[in-house]
Design a protein around this ligand. Structure first.
Ligand code: SF4
Length: 76
């Protein structure tokens, strides 16, 4: 899965949301999140993010971000 990380905070761009083929972004007041079970790992959102906030969970230390994205995508 891809996940949204800290650089997303207070970012106003939503180009990532528009390109996602499965609509798995969820929007809160200050950040977006990706539902880890709905993301199909296509990667098209990653280059759309001007803040470089969207990362694959295969990078080191992403577990906390997967949990963050899961928690908030189920709340919002
Ligand atoms: Fe959506 Fe693809 Fe990004 Fe996953 S990797 S959030 S499916 S655009």
């Amino acid at each position: 899965t891809y996940v949204v990380t800290e650089n997303c905070i207070a970012c106003k761009y939503t180009d990532c949301v528009e390109v996602c083929p499965v609509d798995c972004f969820y929007e809160g007041e200050n950040t977006l999140v990706i539902h880890p079970d709905e993301c199909i790992d296509c990667g098209v959102c990653e280059p759309e993010c001007p803040a470089d906030a969207i990362r694959p969970d295969t990078e080191p230390d992403m577990d906390k971000w997967v949990e963050f994205n899961r928690k908030y995508s189920e709340l919002w």
